[in-house]
Ligand binder design. Structure first.
Ligand SMILES: [Zn+2]
Length: 122
């Protein structure tokens, strides 16, 4: 499961940022709710790694929180664990498990990134 220590490391060592966008993004046949942008890590980019939340696709608070956890797990797998391959179904399972068993992790993320006031489908 994702831990608070990993969230702190992603912020302090990697400079991970969260960006909210109002537009939708289609990725293959599906429209994304969230995305971990790995492109910034390539080509010695000076831009920080980012998590993008496509706000129009988010239905409610729980959906937002699980999407955030899911994208943080992608970021951790890439930047801390340096996994070459990951299985998106496993990432989603871990996100749901973290949401249920370690609710303090998403609360910490919301405090840490000042995400207290959010609205859905604006
Ligand atoms: Zn994913």
């Amino acid at each position: 499961m994702l831990t608070i220590e990993e969230v702190v490391e992603l912020y302090e060592k990697e400079g991970l940022v969260i960006i909210f966008k109002q537009i939708n993004k289609k990725f293959g046949p599906k429209t994304l709710a969230g995305e971990y942008n790995t492109e910034n890590n390539l080509n010695n980019s000076t831009k920080p790694p980012e998590i993008i939340i496509y706000q129009k696709m988010i239905e409610n608070q729980k959906d937002l929180e699980i999407t955030l956890l899911h994208e943080f797990i992608h970021a951790r797998n890439d930047l801390i664990l340096e996994l070459d391959k990951e299985n998106d179904t496993e990432v989603e399972k871990e996100a749901v498990e973290t949401y249920k068993k370690s609710p303090e992790v998403i609360e910490f993320i919301k405090d840490f990134y000042c995400l207290k006031k959010l609205n859905f489908n604006p």
